[in-house]
Design a protein around this ligand. Structure first.
Ligand SMILES: [Mg+2]
Length: 267
């Protein structure tokens, strides 16, 4: 009886999928992470170059979703540990980072961004549309950077809430903004909001959204970004669960329209 009612309620749900971008639909370990490491190395005069693990470690604090701020923080901590007072202008950090990430050419062809491997596929998003699922993006990346990867995925006219549009995660305003934009385009209003992200900040965003706008049912779906090595995957998944993930998947592609979320949670 219980199983039957669960299936019934799942099928009458109107779901909306909102995706984080970095680490979810594109692999940023060779781009954002590399630019971040380059930036910290440069401003610490080659004193410190953070590894992927050290960058992830900082991100587990849930506050450093913005990679410019994360760069600044790692530089600050390096000098604090040496008990040195060094003042570096934030704009200089941003400018250096962007030169690495976007390169020097106007089409960004020589930037790290041009080499980002894609995780999601054009077909994946088409399958969501065919299944009647509304979908969009809430990302801390700049609109230009997010737009660049969405264009590569041939996603036309996306619902996108980017860095310029809302406060950074874990503030849930941007997530709800994306949901409302999808809602305004659809006949049926969604009652289930699924947010897919790869960091603690993403999971906390969903936790906060439940208080902020209690009219939806939420699922926080964690995905493990590709740069996390096999031996660290269980720990990474546990960390996402501790911070609110209802389900952790190995890739966004596992979140199919057919996946019964309520049942996945019980199993
Ligand atoms: Mg991310």
């Amino acid at each position: 009886m219980i199983e039957l009612s669960k299936v019934a309620s799942e099928s009458t749900n109107v779901k909306t999928f909102i995706f984080d971008i970095d680490g979810v639909i594109r692999d940023v370990s060779g781009s954002y992470h590399r630019a971040l490491a380059d930036t910290v190395e440069y401003f610490t005069n080659s004193g410190f170059r953070p590894s992927h693990e050290e960058i992830d470690e900082l991100k587990t604090e849930g506050l450093w979703n913005n990679d410019w701020e994360a760069s600044q923080e790692l530089i600050k901590r390096y000098f604090q540990e040496l008990e040195k007072a060094v003042k570096i202008d934030y704009d200089d950090i941003v400018a250096f980072f962007q030169r690495r990430y976007r390169g020097m050419q106007s089409d960004w062809s020589d930037g790290y961004i041009a080499t980002e491997p894609l995780i999601a596929t054009t077909e994946y998003f088409q399958s969501l549309t065919r299944a009647g699922i509304g979908w969009g993006f809430f990302s801390g990346a700049t609109r230009a950077s997010a737009g660049y990867v969405l264009q590569r995925l041939q996603v036309v006219d996306p619902i996108l809430v980017a860095m310029e549009d809302a406060s950074g995660k874990p503030d849930p305003t941007g997530l709800l903004l994306a949901v409302k934009q999808i809602e305004s385009k659809q006949e049926k209003s969604p009652n289930v909001v699924v947010y897919v992200g790869d960091t603690v900040a993403d999971m906390l965003t969903v936790v906060k959204a439940r208080d902020f706008e209690p009219n939806y049912q939420y699922f926080a779906i964690g995905v493990i970004p590709p740069h996390v090595t096999e031996d660290l995957r269980d720990r990474y998944a546990a960390l996402l669960r501790e911070n609110g993930a209802d389900l952790v998947l190995n890739s966004v592609l596992e979140l199919t329209p057919q996946l019964n979320l309520s049942q996945s949670l019980v199993s």
